[in-house]
Design a protein around this ligand. Sequence first.
Ligand code: ADP
Ligand code: MG
Length: 236
Amino acid sequence: MINLRNVRKFYGALEVIKGVDITVEDGEFAVFVGPSGCGKSTLLRMIAGLEGIDEGDLILNGKRINDVPPDKRGIAMVFQSYALYPHMSVAENIGFSLSLKKVPEAETRRQVEGVAEILQLTDYLDRRPAALSGGQRQRVAIGRAIIKKPALILFDEPLSNLDSALRVQMRAELQRLHRELKATVVYVTHDQVEAMTMADRIVVLNKGVVAQEGAPMSLYHQPDNEFVATFIGSPK
Ligand code: ADP
Ligand code: MG
């Protein structure tokens, strides 16, 4: 579904993505994992179209999309700091993109209720974000992304602001969501445990290059290099 071919990115003279090749198959839950500053967010922002690509090709379903604007890519992104509209209800937050597209009110309501059910937000639709827990707010942010029925959803460390118990619960919920939506997911985290428990495919990044890519257990048992062995935490 997604192919990055020799993709590079510079901030000024600083090369932060140094020619990466990554493939994510249709329907996969792919996790990009690596230490802070290795370029995970930059990669996601390039896939979403929020950041330009200096060199290389970004292919989506066989088509080069380097120059396709973000809103024409059919990709949704969920950020770590989920900025909800504070003056809007949960229902209005989730349905906002549909109201922008002039979808009739009754149809918007129907779709919002469908999304709310998947995310267990049905009882909270009339609340403002301030009256929600951190986990509920993050679910609203996810609802805003999935209501557009994207074929590809990008998550940038979506659970890192949550406490550890909630994080474990949300991991399972996101996996369930992935199965229900049948969407392709690219999930970015610096947390190896999150990567190992959630991923169909892991891409380990280090300093702007792919250190290794593969199934979680193959990385664990056959790390290609010292960095992957240490970072994924497998025995030598
Ligand atoms: P990660 O998400 O893995 O923590 P980032 O993609 O945010 O990493 O950052 C990769 C590198 O690019 C870091 O060295 C960071 O300081 C640098 N960087 C990120 N965004 C910018 C920017 N807008 N301008 C300059 N440097 C940036
Ligand atoms: Mg980041």
